[in-house]
Design a binder for this molecule. Structure first.
Ligand SMILES: Cc1cc2nc3c(=O)[nH]c(=O)nc-3n(C[C@H](O)[C@H](O)[C@H](O)COP(=O)(O)OP(=O)(O)OC[C@H]3O[C@@H](n4cnc5c(N)ncnc54)[C@H](O)[C@@H]3O)c2cc1C
Length: 900
């Protein structure tokens, strides 16, 4: 009987399983057909570079594999041709590890839903069947599929169907082996490579116990028969390694016979990947089926991993249904075809580049000619590792596609829900929490699982949500709960666990007793995602600040910042931004803000280089705060003007930025700009951020007074602000009536408030405004008044003072009057009839224009979109749309309420 599948992947090798897992992460199911009866681990191990680890992180298995494989710090290249010391090239800053095939394939397979891989299913032929492809398996089964992906290695059936030629034999062969040293090999983690006399060999420790080795050479016709006899293979390798050190030879000697394998090295002619069919209709190839290459760059499997992620993204985008619209089979087929074409275009040049470079490198390294050997050993050996690293520095970016399809969003949510449920099923840690607070620990675990999902799916939104949930729990945190959570989350014996536990106070006896009583529960599987580690730092830091243990908080924050500097993951940005904030806060609380300024500047530089926009904005604000704290307004302005443009990635950071900018502009006498910034900051700040809004309002009131405006009474009557704004209300009153004496007494009465608000300097500036207001009142009330009376009314010290103040007010246009110097008096001009001018008409005009504009915009907003009457929204679509709208509204509301 024929079964119908959406996506069939042929081959459960590296590229097949990566593609399937990539699709699974995007909520799309696939079926993987594998000819063997289990996962095939031929090849034992292989070198992985930065590009591979990016992919492994993107599909969420990077961390577990890192734990099993050591980092390779450098490569030692020695020549067996020239007598000269081996040259060592460091991999500093690059992630190079020797990855065991078994671990990788098992990690990939374990993450896939059950029944995704069907073993003993060898595809023997492919047939067209309308919009489908019909697959015939060796056991007689027939399958129909909408999409067919060939990940079936060098001898690909699918590539053959696409018309690609059989990969050609390079004339070289490879023998690979794997040796296990119970109790450790003791060679250290370096990669040792020996080249010369037509042979290239390498020894790569995967971890303390496992060493992978290989040898490539150009066989004679007689040697080609070696392939199937492991005894002869081993002896042959030992003969070829005669010029290599004894300890390397001993690795081969200790290799079990079933851990040695040989194969011919084949590659696809590079122009074939440029001109040939990588995809046709709903069929494409990936991995070795697409770009078999010589192993000299160590990029075959790494690029197969790249293929998997790129293909998953292209297919997900092709299968997406924007707006949830229904499409017919023909349209779907077209989209699939376009998706696979996009994949082919994205991978064509990369494949060409890798095949060509690998071939050239192999040619140089394995050449037995005297001149080439000399050139290689003298010059090229220094240049080649650099090239390997450059080729490996390829980023096929995160898995999550921007146009994540609505059709599988549902299944994505389902996947996550199952993940969440799985997390809940995990047992509690052994040294569990006291009975009084099980819910706090439970919540923290849920938050940890949210962070985990966010990290795997690269969704910063989830991590943000986790932080918000943490803030809600903040008051309930206890040392015992925290230490249980740390041992639940962090790997036992890890540096982070030891360090963080040392900051927590020891539980009192009572709590310890309860702990022991509940300790019968099984220990948990450990996670050590960097996101979780940083989250633990954040949690402990918040706890220490809340407990007013500032010295420990400072030590904890400094340690967390040092750790953060070594981690470059975009999913960490949200957590990092919070850490920066608390780092600065605990130094501010202990009065040592100046100490961390240079560190903040360095962090800002790092965040800029890493394109961590949220980090940049947070750090810029912290630096501005730092400068303003010490009244370094000039330096603050210099930094602000030179820093990258503030793009407002977070509303809170934007409000803070506007506030600091408003303060700077006020000091620089740019009151109009300052007013704009401060009012905007107060308006944009969430309702919950009362303290911040009060501060913004205080500064805004002063700036408006300095501009000659009198703030309305409602400003001072805002809910929850009446008391805090009282001094400013009285001050405004004094300025409004122009009473210098009253002004002086208010300034004195509230001097402590003004100095703690850091507004007393501005209040000194206001004196001038009070005098002007008083003078304006006098000029309206008197047509002629002596300067002595003016001085008396304004409580000025002398007549000369009054004369100069009046003269300046006249010149600035503040009052319409003249000075009679001989009689020492001020003559006010008659106030003309304003209604005889066009001023009221102009004011009226501008109001009418404003109202008309508002009316037109409202009418435009009410119009229905074109053709909307034709498209009747189905109930399902409406439900989905409403759900999305609700989610969005909830998200916005949550963001607004977030702690400020
Ligand atoms: C000597 C040597 C050293 C290497 N070193 C490195 C290195 O250091 N770093 C690196 O990145 N790469 C290295 N490679 C390359 C790497 O091994 C391959 O590029 C990689 O394994 C390709 O993965 P794949 O999934 O495309 O193919 P494969 O791993 O070959 O998987 C193909 C799968 O498809 C199955 N299959 C085949 N035909 C069918 C069919 N008709 N029906 C169903 N199933 C089928 C097979 O059983 C197999 O499981 C090296 C290769 C060699 C030869």
């Amino acid at each position: 009987m024929e079964t119908v599948q959406d996506i069939v992947i042929v081959g459960a090798g590296i590229s097949g399983l990566t593609t399937s897992l990539g699709l699974h992460r995007l909520g799309i199911r696939s079926l993987v057909l594998e000819s063997s009866d289990r996962l095939r681990i031929t090849g034992f191990a292989f070198t992985t570079w930065n590009n591979a680890w990016r992919v492994l992180d993107a599909i969420g298995i990077g961390e577990s594999l890192r734990r099993q494989h050591d980092l390779t710090p450098s490569i030692l290249v020695a020549s067996t041709f020239l007598v000269q010391p081996a040259s060592e090239i460091s991999f500093n800053g690059h992630e190079v590890r020797c990855l065991q095939r078994r671990s990788l394939l098992e990690a990939l397979a374990n993450e896939l839903p059950r029944d995704t891989i069907r073993f003993s299913s060898k595809v023997v032929s492919i047939e067209e069947s309308g919009f489908f492809k019909r697959l015939h398996l060796a056991d007689g089964t027939v399958l129909k599929t909408k999409v067919l992906i060939g990940c079936d290695g060098v001898n690909s059936v699918v590539a053959k169907w696409l018309g690609l030629e059989k990969p050609v034999f390079t004339g070289r062969s490879a023998i690979r082996g794997h040796t296990k040293f119970e109790g450790g090999h003791g060679f250290g983690p370096k990669f040792r490579q020996f080249v010369g006399k037509g042979v290239r060999s390498g020894f790569l420790p995967c971890n303390d116990e496992n060493v992978y080795w290989f040898l490539t050479w150009t066989p004679s016709t007689k040697e080609e028969e070696l392939e199937d006899d492991p005894v002869k293979l081993k002896q042959f390798v030992l003969n070829k390694l005669e010029d290599t050190p004894d300890d390397m030879k001993s690795v081969v000697e200790r290799t079990e016979l079933d851990s040695i394998a040989s194969n011919q090295i084949r590659y696809r002619r590079p122009w074939e990947v440029l001109w040939g069919n990588i995809s046709k209709g709903n069929v494409c190839v990936s991995g070795d089926a697409l770009h078999p290459m010589t192993p000299d760059l160590g990029q075959g499997a790494c690029s197969a991993l790249e293929d998997g992620v790129v293909l998953a993204k292209c297919l997900a985008e092709a299968l997406s249904k924007p707006g949830g619209e229904e499409i017919n089979k023909g349209q779907e087929h077209k989209r699939i075809e376009m998706g696979l074409k996009t994949f082919a275009e994205k991978r064509r040049w990369r494949s060409f580049d890798l095949i060509t470079t690998a071939y050239m490198v192999g040619f140089i390294q394995q050449n037995s000619g005297m001149i080439m050997n000399f050139l290689r050993d003298k010059f090229l050996s220094k240049f080649l590792p650099g090239m390997l690293l450059r080729k490996a520095d390829f980023d096929c970016s995160a898995l999550v596609s921007s146009k994540s399809s609505s059709c599988f969003r549902q299944s994505k949510i389902l996947t996550r829900m199952t993940q969440d449920v799985e997390m809940k099923e995990q047992p509690a840690p052994s040294n569990s929490v006291p009975a009084s607070s099980p819910s706090t620990l439970h919540h923290l675990k849920e938050i940890a699982s949210l962070i985990e999902t966010g990290a795997y799916d690269r969704e910063a939104r989830r991590i943000l949500r986790a932080i918000r949930l943490t803030m809600a729990l903040r008051r309930k945190l206890k040392a015992s709960v925290l230490s249980s959570f740390l041992s639940f989350t962090l790997a036992p014996g890890s540096e982070a666990l030891t360090r963080l536990s040392s900051y927590l106070p020891k539980e009192d006896e009572h709590e310890m007793e309860v702990d022991t009583a509940t300790s019968a529960v099984q220990p948990l599987a450990k996670h050590s995602l960097p996101e979780l580690e940083i989250y633990c730092y954040l949690l402990v830091l918040i706890f220490l600040i809340d407990q007013k243990k500032y010295d420990e908080a400072k030590a904890c924050s400094s340690a967390s910042i040092a750790r953060l500097k070594n981690l470059n993951r975009r999913t960490l940005d949200v957590l990092a931004a919070r850490l920066y904030f608390y780092y600065s806060l605990c130094y501010e609380l202990t009065g040592n803000l100046a100490e961390i300024r240079s560190n903040l500047l360095a962090l800002h530089r790092i965040a800029t280089l890493r394109h961590d926009e949220l980090g940049q904005e947070t750090l810029l604000n912290l630096l501005l705060r730092n400068y303003l704290h010490y009244n370094l307004y000039d330096q603050a302005e210099k930094l602000r003007s030179k820093a990258p443009r503030f793009e407002a990635h977070s509303n809170q950071q934007f409000c803070r930025y506007l506030f600091y900018l408003g303060k700077i502009r006020t000091i620089q006498l740019e009151y109009t700009d300052a007013k704009e910034c401060l009012l905007q900051a107060a308006r944009k700040a969430p309702v919950a951020a009362l303290g911040f809004r009060v501060q913004c309002n205080k500064w805004a009131i002063i700036v408006r007074l300095l501009l000659g405006e009198i703030p309305e009474r409602t400003v001072f009557m805002q809910k929850g602000m009446e008391k805090a704004l009282r001094p400013y209300f009285e001050l405004t009153n004094a300025v409004r009536i122009g009473d210098l004496e009253l002004f002086r007494s208010v300034a004195e009465k509230f001097s402590s408030t003004f100095s703690s608000d850091r507004t007393n300097n501005l209040i000194v500036r206001l004196r001038h405004n009070v005098i002007r207001t008083g003078l304006r009142n006098i000029s309206i009330s008197y047509s002629r008044i002596s300067l002595a009376d003016v001085a008396k009314k304004l409580r000025l010290d002398s007549v000369a003072d009054a004369e100069s103040i009046v003269a300046k007010a006249i010149r600035d246009g503040a009052i319409d009057a003249t000075l009679d110097h001989s009689n020492e008096c001020m003559l006010s001009k008659e106030t003309g009839d304003i209604y005889s001018t066009t001023e009221p008409q102009m004011a009226f005009n501008s109001r009418i224009a404003f109202c008309l504009n508002m009316h037109n915009e409202a009418v435009r907003a009410l119009r229905f979109p074109p053709n909307s009457h034709k498209e009747k929204e189905s109930a399902e679509k409406r439900r989905e749309r409403q759900q999305q709208e609700q989610e969005l509204a909830k998200h916005i509301a949550e963001e607004d309420d977030d702690e400020f």
